[in-house]
Design a protein around this ligand. Structure first.
Ligand code: DON
Length: 574
């Protein structure tokens, strides 16, 4: 009998050892074939807002399982890499700005880097012309991806095992999910590029048009995610996935090498923080221009009583346009990866310097951009995207903006690995004075150099009130990102708007060059006409600028999470 029991126990032990799948990686139950999303929730325990209802649901399920806001942000990003291939990604990069429950604020940089074989003039042809096709599409447009390194680096602040955080994404990729009307539209729009820039036909190619309700299955992507589940970051940057990336590069004349992948490291940086009328604004430092730009813009308006001018009044719009112009003039000249170029951040945000920048400001007329050159800075010893906002009841607040650059990045899917590569190289200044796809120009500060990170506009931002989370905000939109964050913050802090109003109201944008104001549908016509009389030019009206995801902490301590109404974005809470 004794022997039999011992043998039985032994058998049980063996069975347990043979079943690693029992590691409790069960994904939360979410119906990926029948789901909907809401634009606004008010919740007590935590909230997630992202570009896709399924990704927001995954994030909240992770909170319910005992994860904190960092865990939820990781799981939401991984889910977005599956359900929102336009911008959610493994093959891109991003930034995280967080305030942790212990009061610490952190910024994590997982921006892509120029590959080791990149060089300054790699997109300049023999006739001296810059070739933006090559910097924007196909294999050569990709920087070394940073997202996976960032996800694992941020996990040191999480509470749940990474295996659990990635499980929902694996299931969404493996079992599929139904796509929305706008997803079907954008996949159909993409078909020609997919055929042109791929060496292996990806799952996104379809002979008959995609339609709402179709199921998207991504087996290769599921396997890539499983390698990350089993091997951590090395499951992406080394071994099978790295080999697939490098083989893809070789087939399409790309230059990312095994060494580039192995060497990629996300970096913790000191957030760019400043005070505005008693609020502490915490944002992203270089290689994002975002934190410095919102700092400059907010300080240039701080003493001018913009609240009294009124929202969308001629005076307020004109003042904000002029400060946007001045901040962006500095961006092109001085900003880039501070690991490679001395960015004079202190001078650019010095209050006397900013007053000086406003000396030629005239409230009665436009200051043409030719008259607003980059400021004179004393050089001392001392440089389609998606956003998600998450908060939990422990006091953690996380803002993440992540990107492939434009929609679906380089349009190249890594053969056998199932994910899009970025086209982030275009965010470098590929030739001095040549605009990138957002019209931004640059020079030395943002020139291409191996291992350097390209300048970004992504601005994940937190506002702290009495040192506690008050606002978590961010948006995609290229160079319009910092101006939208600026306007959303001014809408709330100066014009007393609710989160919903602050996000949904039409935005405008000026970036120094081109010297024109971009406006969104719904911007008041009378203000536009009055500005034209003052000497302002306007570009073609845009149907939507960005997709802002915001969480605000209400006076009663509840979380109000609002998803932008410019897309399928959705808020979830519990
Ligand atoms: O990092 C940047 O500034 C750009 N690559 C962001 C691109 C973007 O926001 C595209 N989305 N609309």
């Amino acid at each position: 009998m004794q022997k039999k029991i011992t043998a039985f126990l032994f058998l049980l032990l063996i069975l347990a050892a043979c079943k690693p799948a029992q590691k409790n990686t069960a994904a939360p139950a979410i119906n990926a074939y029948n789901y909907s999303g809401v634009k606004k929730v008010v919740a007590e325990n935590g909230a997630v807002v992202s570009a896709h209802p399924l990704a927001s649901k995954v994030g909240v399920e992770i909170l319910k399982m005992g994860g904190n806001a960092v865990d939820a942000a990781i799981a939401t990003q991984l889910a977005l890499a599956v359900v929102y291939p336009n911008a959610g990604n493994l093959g891109g990069g991003g930034f995280m700005v967080a305030r942790l429950s212990n009061g610490e604020t952190v910024a994590l940089d997982y921006r892509e880097k120029a590959p080791g074989q990149a060089h300054r003039d790699m997109y300049v042809e023999t006739d001296g012309k810059a070739n933006t096709d090559k910097s924007q599409l196909g294999h050569l447009s990709s920087g070394v991806p940073g997202t996976v390194s960032g996800l694992f680096a941020s996990h040191k602040y999480g509470k749940l095992a990474f295996e659990k955080l990635i499980q929902p994404a694996i299931e969404l990729a493996e079992k599929g999910f139904t796509i929305s009307a706008s997803e079907a539209r954008s996949l159909n729009y993409l078909q020609n590029d997919l055929k042109k820039y791929n060496t292996v036909t990806p799952v996104f190619v379809k002979n008959t048009p995609w339609k709402q309700g179709d199921t998207l299955l991504q087996t290769d992507l599921a396997n890539t995610l499983k390698r990350m589940q089993q091997k951590g970051a090395a499951g992406f940057y080394e071994g099978e996935t790295a080999r697939l990336i490098v083989e893809e590069m070789k087939r399409g004349n790309g230059i990312i090498s095994l060494e580039d992948l192995k060497n990629y490291q996300a970096k913790f940086r000191t957030p760019h923080s400043f005070l505005y009328k008693g609020y502490k604004i915490v944002s992203m430092p270089m290689p994002s221009s975002g934190g410095v730009l919102i700092h400059q813009m907010m300080k240039m308006i701080e003493e001018r009583n913009i609240a009294a001018m009124g929202f969308h009044s001629l005076q307020a719009v004109q003042l904000m346009t002029e400060v946007e112009r001045r901040a962006f003039a500095d961006r092109g000249e001085y900003m880039g990866d501070a690991d490679h170029y001395k960015v004079p951040v202190d001078m650019l945000t010095n209050e006397v310097y900013l007053q000086e920048r406003m000396k030629n400001y005239d409230p009665a007329k436009a200051t043409p951009s030719v008259m607003v050159q980059p400021g004179t800075v004393l050089r001392t010893e001392s440089e389609e995207t998606t956003h998600l906002s998450v908060i939990d009841k422990e006091g953690n607040a996380v803002a993440v903006t992540t990107t492939l650059n434009n929609s679906y990045g380089s349009r190249t899917v890594v053969g056998g690995a199932g994910f899009f590569m970025n086209d982030e190289m275009d965010d470098f200044s590929i030739k001095p004075g040549v605009p990138n796809m957002y019209g931004a120009i640059g020079g030395e500060a943002n020139a291409i150099k191996p291992g350097k990170r390209m300048l970004s506009s992504m601005t994940p931002t937190l506002v702290l009130k009495d040192d506690k989370p008050y606002i978590v905000v961010g948006t995609p939109g290229g160079t319009t990102i910092p101006t939208q964050i600026f306007q959303t913050l001014v809408n709330i802090l100066e014009f007393n708007m609710s989160a919903e109003e602050a996000v949904y109201k039409p935005k405008f944008h000026h970036q120094w060059l081109p010297d024109e104001i971009m406006i969104e549908k719904g911007f008041p016509l009378a203000v536009k006409e009055a500005l034209q009389k003052m000497g302002y030019s306007f570009s073609k009206e845009r149907s939507g600028i960005g997709r802002t995801e915001i969480i605000m902490v209400l006076p009663n301590g509840k979380f109000e999470a609002v998803a932008d109404n410019r897309g399928d974005d959705a808020a979830e809470g519990w």
